[in-house]
Design a protein around this ligand. Structure first.
Ligand SMILES: [Zn+2]
Ligand SMILES: [Zn+2]
Length: 252
């Protein structure tokens, strides 16, 4: 096992743990302060925007040129298909539409959409580590920032759909497993050439952009306050800061 794969697995496990913790805390507390949820979603969204536009797209463009945009669009579309064309009702944050989650089938359907989402979270970490550990850490931060709210999301979906607390925990562990599977995906691809790494990297940038722009931001915009949408800019600044600090730390 190469170092890159080991690092990808470790980062994937850590992200999965944050997400299981989110689900666990929801079960333990029953709810979670709305404001804290919104702040995390906003920071996560801004960080993703900075990461994709300023880092991942230019990096993959260097290797595969305009193909990078095509691969990114394919990733964006793939997640849209699985989260919303296949699944009827799915959004981030606490589930407040009891009527939409009236059946267990609706809960399971939302779970399946988030399962695919979580898999691509893991894959994004894995392929970026494969590309470059520096980039891998930045992608890991982007995933980590929204993993805790993701755990809250699946928790409240499953509770609203009438599942037991035990089933809620199993669902969050299930999403954790999907994340680790995504992070492990590169283990099964023995040696992929740099062109394919760049293609998968751009594709995964599309999936993560989808998460930031269409899962996280609409949840902020639907709230009445103006502060959470503004925090997206703080998230972008956080990306700049992390990139700078990491570069100093590991001399990139
Ligand atoms: Zn809802
Ligand atoms: Zn996610």
């Amino acid at each position: 096992m190469t170092n890159a794969i080991l690092i990808a697995l470790l980062l994937g496990l850590t992200a999965a743990a944050a997400q299981v913790l989110g689900g666990y805390l929801l079960v333990a507390r029953g709810t979670w302060p709305r404001r804290a949820q919104l702040m995390m979603l906003a920071l996560g969204a801004g960080f993703i925007l900075g990461l994709v536009f300023l880092k991942v797209l230019p990096e993959s463009w260097k290797i595969i040129g305009a193909q990078a945009s095509f691969a990114m669009l394919a990733g964006f579309g793939t997640l849209h298909f699985f989260e919303h064309a296949v699944v009827g009702h799915l959004h981030f944050g606490e589930e407040t539409h009891k009527e939409a989650m009236a059946t267990r089938m609706a809960g399971l359907s939302a779970f399946s959409g988030l399962f695919i989402h979580a898999f691509f979270d893991g894959l994004s970490i894995s392929v970026s580590v494969q590309y470059d550990v520096f980039l891998g850490l930045l992608v890991f931060f982007a995933v980590l920032l929204h993993k805790f709210p993701e755990g809250l999301t699946i928790g409240s979906i499953m509770l609203s759909a009438g599942f037991s607390k035990r089933a809620v925990l199993q669902a969050s562990i299930g999403l954790g497993v999907a994340t680790v599977l995504g992070a492990a995906a590169l283990v099964v691809l023995p040696t992929i050439d740099s062109i394919w790494v760049a293609r998968i990297l751009a594709f995964s940038a599309g999936t993560i952009l989808y998460v930031g722009a269409t899962d996280l931001i609409p949840e902020l915009n639907s709230c009445e306050e103006r502060v959470p949408p503004l925090m997206v800019f703080v998230g972008i600044a956080l990306f700049f800061l992390s990139e700078h600090l990491l570069a100093e730390l590991i001399g990139h």
